[in-house]
Every structure is written in structure tokens, then in C-alpha cells.
Design a protein around this ligand. Structure first.
Ligand SMILES: Nc1ncnc2c1ncn2[C@@H]1O[C@H](COP(=O)(O)OP(=O)(O)O)[C@@H](O)[C@H]1O
Ligand SMILES: [Mg+2]
Length: 309
């Protein structure tokens, strides 16, 4: 059974579509990245998965269950959203103790001590949370989210707002949780670098639609990782060429700069793409294949979707 399975999930708020036919799944034990710019729909997807929002259509299941109606499975899930749920005026220890009590954690004291140790917060256990740096607070937030030893952990932008050193520490904690505890982690991020460092697979979302869903390697090198740079001949109609490209499902994005088209494409070969332009009677002066960094792919996916999309 998949740890997370989303199928044709759509969500609208007051008639405005925020998620459109989103489908992807996460295997048990995976660190899965949910990547996309602000406003793409990442938090909304997570809220639906957690049973906090109802889908308009489609399904979002965790361990095969709808969390809205399944307390048992909900108990096997840990969550750290933007609001970290920590109490400023309680100490680190008191916060964890409080959540341990809430979740009915056995050996609460031991577990609290262990988590404070794991996250390097033992020395500050008695200090109130408002005295913590952002990085310490985020680590305590993660500790809080796993106090009941969940199987699946949801982290919404776990490193946002942290300085690079704190980001590195938080990323290290996430990798450890996955390696040592075999925890399944789904994390959202608008930071490609981050996802590339710790995730095995990613889904890229923009404007509520999944733009890519693959392993990090494949995104970088394989499907969706190809670029074709085409310079059209002088008399050629670039708009017509873009029209032709629009009809191919393997085209991810097209950037136009005068007669020059940069085409990010998937599994279809570049010669097939060139042939389709030729067949439409559009002249090509020059064409070349390039390989791109994952960052280029991401920028194409999320920022250059306006021409074809
Ligand atoms: N409760 C809500 N009511 C209306 N619109 C919402 C609500 N929650 C989110 N949205 C809208 O849905 C879109 C996606 O938001 P969100 O899922 O928070 O994006 P992300 O987490 O990727 O930044 C945004 O345009 C946001 O304004
Ligand atoms: Mg968000």
C-alpha cells in the first residue's frame, strides 16, 4: 500500500480552482519533495491529505485511509505546518511534555529527553520557547511533530525563514529520521536546492497543476530534462511554431526570444519535435540540443509556463 495516494484531486475555494486533477503517490520510507512557488497549492494539498479540508473532487489517502474519517491512521501521522503549534511561554521540555500527554505517549519523560537530545536542545530544555532562535524553534517543532513516533511525517516548508546553517541542521534531521527510523516524509518547499539535497522523488506543482512528477535524477537528466534550442528562419511565424508545439503533450515549456525558441521537452525525441515544426511549413535555421541543470528544469516548469501551458 502507498503511504500517500492522491488521485485526480481538485479543490476550489468560492469557485476558484486551487488544485486541478492532482495525482501522485508516495511510497513508504520515501523522502518526497513537493515543490512549487508560493501560492501553487502545496499547503492546500497537505491540508486535504490531513483531513483538514475536504476535496471538491478526487481522493487524497494516507495509508489507504481518508484522515477526515480515520482517527487511527491520523494518529500514525506527524505534522509540522507553518503554525508550529509551540507555546512561546512554555519551555522546550514543557512543550514536548504537553504534546506527549496529548498523544498519550508512554514513557513520556524518556521520549521527551530523547528528542531534546536528538535535536541538540538538551541544554536549553528549561528555557521558554520565545527565547529560541528560529532554527532551534524549528527543530523543536519537528521534535514535537514526531513525539508519538509517527510513520508518516508531513513538513510544510520546514526550512523557510531559516539561515543557511539552520537550514542545513534541519535538513540533516529530516534525513536522519528517514534513514534511522524509516519514516516516510513528505515535505513541501519552494526551494529546489533543498529538495535536490534530501528528496528521492518530487512532484512539481504550479497554479494547482502538477507539472512534473519523477525522481530527481530523471528530472535532471531524463524525462523533462531535455532542451532544444531552435532558431526559426527569418520569414517564419514564431506564433505558429508555438501553436504546433502546444499540441504535443511532451512539451513542458517554451520560452520565446524573437526567432529563438527554447523548448523544454519530455520523452519525445528532439527530431520528432523538429519534424512537427517542419511539417507545419515553418522554416528552421538552426537547432541544437542542450542539457540543463535541475534548476533550469525547475525554472522552466514553474516560471516559463506562460507561453505553453
Ligand atoms: N481557505 C482558503 N480560501 C481561499 N483561498 C485559499 C484558501 N487557502 C488557500 N487559498 C488559495 O489557494 C492558493 C494556493 O495556496 P497554498 O496551498 O497555500 O499555496 P502554497 O502552499 O503552495 O504557497 C492560493 O492562491 C491561496 O490564496
Ligand atoms: Mg504553503
Amino acid at each position: 500500500m502507498k503511504a500517500i495516494e492522491i488521485e485526480n484531486l481538485s479543490k476550489s475555494f468560492d469557485g476558484r480552482w486551487v488544485l486541478r486533477n492532482v495525482s501522485f503517490s508516495v511510497d513508504a520510507g520515501e523522502v518526497f519533495g513537493y515543490l512549487g512557488p508560493n501560492g501553487a497549492g502545496k499547503t492546500t494539498t497537505m491540508r486535504v491529505l490531513l483531513g483538514l479540508l475536504r476535496p471538491t473532487s478526487g481522493t487524497a489517502l494516507v495509508k489507504g485511509a481518508d484522515l477526515h474519517a480515520n482517527d487511527e491512521v491520523r494518529h500514525s501521522v506527524g505534522v509540522l505546518m507553518e503554525n508550529d503549534g509551540l507555546y512561546d511561554r512554555l519551555s522546550a521540555w514543557q512543550n514536548l511534555d504537553y504534546y506527549g500527554r496529548l498523544y498519550g505517549v508512554k514513557d513520556r519523560e524518556e521520549r521527551t529527553a530523547e528528542l531534546l537530545e536528538t535535536f541538540g536542545l538538551s541544554a536549553r530544555r528549561g528555557d521558554k520557547v520565545y527565547t529560541f532562535s528560529k532554527g532551534m524553534r524549528r527543530k523543536l517543532g519537528i521534535a514535537r511533530s514526531i513525539i508519538h513516533d509517527p510513520e508518516i511525517l508531513f513538513l510544510d516548508e520546514p526550512t523557510s525563514g531559516l539561515d543557511p546553517e539552520a537550514q542545513r541542521m534541519v535538513r540533516g534531521s529530516i534525513t536522519d529520521l528517514s534513514r534511522r527510523e524509516g519514516m516516510t516524509v513528505m515535505l513541501s518547499s519552494h526551494n529546489l536546492d533543498e529538495v535536490e539535497k534530501i528528496c528521492t522523488r518530487v512532484a512539481v506543482i504550479k497554479n494547482g497543476e502538477i507539472r512534473a512528477y519523477d525522481t530527481v535524477e530523471n528530472l535532471r537528466e531524463g524525462r523533462g530534462g531535455h532542451t532544444l534550442a531552435v532558431t526559426l528562419s527569418k520569414e517564419a511565424d514564431a506564433t505558429a511554431a508555438i501553436e504546433v508545439l502546444r499540441s504535443s503533450s511532451s512539451i513542458i515549456a517554451v520560452r520565446q526570444d524573437g526567432p529563438r525558441l527554447t523548448i523544454a521537452h519530455g520523452e519525445e525525441s528532439s527530431s520528432a519535435i523538429l519534424a512537427s515544426i517542419f511539417r507545419a511549413g515553418i522554416g528552421i535555421e538552426e537547432a541544437s540540443k542542450t542539457s540543463r541543470s535541475l534548476e533550469d528544469v525547475y525554472i522552466d516548469l514553474v516560471k516559463e509556463q506562460e507561453v505553453v501551458g
